[in-house]
Design a protein around this ligand. Structure first.
Ligand SMILES: Cc1cc2nc3c(=O)[nH]c(=O)nc-3n(C[C@H](O)[C@H](O)[C@H](O)COP(=O)(O)OP(=O)(O)OC[C@H]3O[C@@H](n4cnc5c(N)ncnc54)[C@H](O)[C@@H]3O)c2cc1C
Length: 325
């Protein structure tokens, strides 16, 4: 069975859902990223359909309270679902900075991305996808299924971008396969006493914290030569760019995001890699990556609030149907 939203009369269904009780738990957990018009609608609908929802929002709780974007009845319903444990909110958690798609993949059965106009830098790299730039693969594949790595000549120098367990595992594996120099580049620091630090240390992976990737630089043949990073630091609770830059030489760059396959076969990674681009979705708001959906301003230009909300509702319906199939 595949999800279809064609026959939905959303207007009347929305009304009945506002009054309705949540369905019995389905045992599925969905991550909703962005508590804007699309994300809120999606989270509420998913929770009412019986799914457990974790809402990741870049803004702090206090800043969320400053903006009233939804109706009072929707807000009350949202609060009720939170109080009943059907929706859990993680404020101050920014995708691409504090959390990575690969991690969300690990923790949840599906992901809805509703980050509005901020989609451009969610996955960081702004360069194009030259030879040598490889998607590090779906979370588990990145560490355990080595098809991607074994199919490639092992690069002498490699950079793995990301702080997830998948990224660390990928860097360690590259070293074990014979890469001479492997750098794990991340926007913050690894926990000094954590398992990731231990794995990196044991495998002689160089950890380079506090850098955000800006651009992949190529040599005259078009092959990857290095990656240019902007240095980051903490300002209070926020991560900010310092304005300083650094460059790390590499023959291959791996990003621990998305699923197995080259970036050229991975429209989400490609699309999100470019500032201002939109995420491509099908009629049921599915992206090219299995289990990842997107809606609202990050998939279409010039939406109004009602349309963005409708995206969220329709995507929730599609996610629920896909998870039940
Ligand atoms: C200036 C302006 C005025 C507008 N006026 C109107 C109007 O009067 N009426 C109307 O109907 N529509 C209006 N719109 C359009 C409407 O605001 C949008 O269509 C709608 O808000 C889009 O909803 P969304 O959920 O896609 O994105 P948003 O509502 O923008 O929500 C995105 C959410 O994602 C969060 N986020 C962003 N990046 C991340 C990340 N990396 N990780 C986690 N969370 C993240 C943001 O903090 C935000 O909470 C206006 C738009 C603009 C820009």
């Amino acid at each position: 069975m595949t999800a279809s939203t064609d026959a939905l009369d959303l207007a009347s269904e929305e009304f009945s859902l506002l009054a309705g009780e949540p369905a019995p738990p389905t045992g599925k957990q969905v991550a909703v990223v962005g508590a804007g018009m699309a994300g809120m609608a999606c989270a509420i609908r998913l929770a009412l359909l019986g799914n457990s929802v974790v809402l990741y929002e870049a803004r702090s709780r206090e800043r969320m309270d400053e903006t009233v974007t939804d109706s009072a009845s929707e807000r009350a319903l949202f609060e009720r679902l939170v109080a009943r444990g059907r929706i859990r909110c993680e404020y101050g958690r920014k995708l691409g900075v504090d959390i990575e798609l690969a991690d969300l993949h690990l923790w949840h059965d599906a992901i809805f991305i509703g980050v509005g106009l901020a989609s451009g830098r969610v996955l960081a790299l702004s360069g194009s996808d030259p030879a040598g730039l490889v998607d590090a693969g779906r979370r588990v594949a990145a560490v355990y299924a080595l098809d991607d790595l074994l199919a490639l000549p092992v690069p002498q120098r490699a950079i793995v971008i990301g702080a997830s367990r998948g990224a660390v595992g990928m860097a360690a594996r590259l070293k074990q396969l014979g890469a001479h120099d492997v750098t794990l580049a991340l926007r913050h620091a690894l926990a000094p006493d954590g398992r990731e630090e231990e794995v990196a240390r044991a495998c002689f992976v160089r950890v380079r914290g506090w850098v955000a990737p800006l651009e992949v630089l190529r040599d005259e043949r078009g092959a990857v030569a290095s990656v240019r990073f902007e240095q980051t630091r903490l300002l209070g609770d926020c991560m900010v760019d310092t304005g300083g830059f650094t460059e790390i030489a590499a023959h291959a760059v791996f990003k621990a995001v998305g699923r197995a396959g080259g970036t050229e076969r991975d429209p989400l990674v490609r699309q999100q890699s470019r500032e201002g681009d939109r995420i491509e979705v099908d009629g049921c708001f599915r992206t090219a990556l299995p289990g990842i959906y997107a809606g609202g301003d990050c998939v279409a230009a010039r939406l109004d609030g009602v349309q963005a909300r409708r995206h969220g509702l329709q995507a929730a319906q599609a996610i629920h149907a896909d998870l039940q199939a």
